[in-house]
Design a protein around this ligand. Sequence first.
Ligand SMILES: *[C@@H]1O[C@H](CO)[C@@H](O)[C@H](O)[C@H]1NC(C)=O
Length: 503
Amino acid sequence: MASTFLSPYYFLFCLLLLFSTASPSKTSSLTANLSPTAQAEMLIKGLNLHPKEAVNIRTRDKDSSSLASDGKIVERRFELPVLGDSGSSVQDLGHHAGYYPLPHSHAARMFYFFFDSRNSANDPVVIWLTGGPGCSGSLALFYENGPFHIANNLSLVWNDYGWDQASNLIFVDQPTGTGFSYSTDERDIRHDEQGVSNDLYDFLQAFFAAHPQLVKNDFYITGESYAGHYIPAFAARVQQGNKAKEGIHINLKGFAIGNGLTNPEIQYEAYTDYALNMKLITESDHDNINTMLPECKQGIKQCATKGGDACELALIDCNSIFNEIRDITGNINYYDIRKSCEGPLCYDFSNVETLLNQKKVRDALGVADIEFVSCSSTVYEAMRQDWMKNLAVGIPALLEDGLKVLIYAGEYDLLCNWLGNSRWVNAMRWSGQKRFGTSPTVPFVVAGAKAGLMKSYGPLTFLKVHNAGHMVPMDQPKAALQMLKSWMAGKAAMAGADSETDT
Ligand SMILES: *[C@@H]1O[C@H](CO)[C@@H](O)[C@H](O)[C@H]1NC(C)=O
């Protein structure tokens, strides 16, 4: 009944993550199909990405001593020609790229970009995490919310709606092996949120030690897709470090997840309902496919109690639900159901690889001869026992700590669709659950137009973004920037204000 093969269309972030185990049939074994690595590689090519290596693990003799740093962060300013006007009032606009040797690793170095706010040095510090798992932060930087985008001719052009218009903005390549982040020891590959969040916490400590003037600023964690897993774990790790006075106090104020995968049990159940609502499948398809749900849910429960292999089995069982929908919907772009995939490609992100392989760009960034692995199939595969974990369970404690939580979703994404996200947000048990549930849904207004629908109570906000797919800042850059600004300023500002970015 279900297909046994994932086509390249499904790759991108969430996808990448969700669907590497393509066999939907319970009777087939893991090895009866392409290996997860081969599958991930095929899917990466479907995004028109062609990383030379499956993962950024270098042999020792190839390791460049020029990047040696005695355990310290090494950051450099870079200047790349950017067309247009930054619109900045800040005199000394700093763009930085750096490497940080991760202390709780054998030999890993985390690469990051850091952009001074175009508005004010006092703006919050915001870190962005791209999903995959295994895709570089540079995909978001150059195609979503970075200070500049790549034109077709590879020129950089200022992005009027870059999130550096309102924040001091960090993009990291993580987990280790992704983007320009690398190691000489394959034991540094991460397999779970504990490993991921410890590395991110260590990075933050080093980052703020290197930028002491930013320690007092507000700090926010943001990201997309599989970052729906990373972010709650990372936020909890920061709170834990703060409470134990482990190092520099991180002034964490909240986190935002865009089109994330956070609570798989609820989100997998929502696939058929979303697909039916959007007329992608019929009522009878819906009911047929839903007969697979009990097994998927049971698998997720087993994963929660047993972990390990049980989590891989749950992934297989649950993916059969998605594969059934895919069989019916054909070449629709699952990141944005308004679009179809042309040939093998749904999106074309190849320019980021071309750009980051140019010698002048690599020299400017100080990456020497380190490979750029746009998306790592090895990192993706290494996280497969993490995929079916429910990361929503940690969020109530973070809300009780007073952190602001924003869950947003572009309405035309099937993969990490708004319906599943809305459901888990409503189902989450916390002290404000009832009042959140009965809060009115109100328009999110940008420049006088309705840009979405939102609901909030206390520190928790859910926002459905209109006319957007999986990558909200790419599809609705102006609304996404205002969302960030208003949310950071407080929920009252978010509900009403539409004047700030309206110029
Ligand atoms: C490259 O594209 C940008 C944006 O479309 C344009 O402004 C610029 O003139 C182009 N540069 C060249 C050399 O064609």
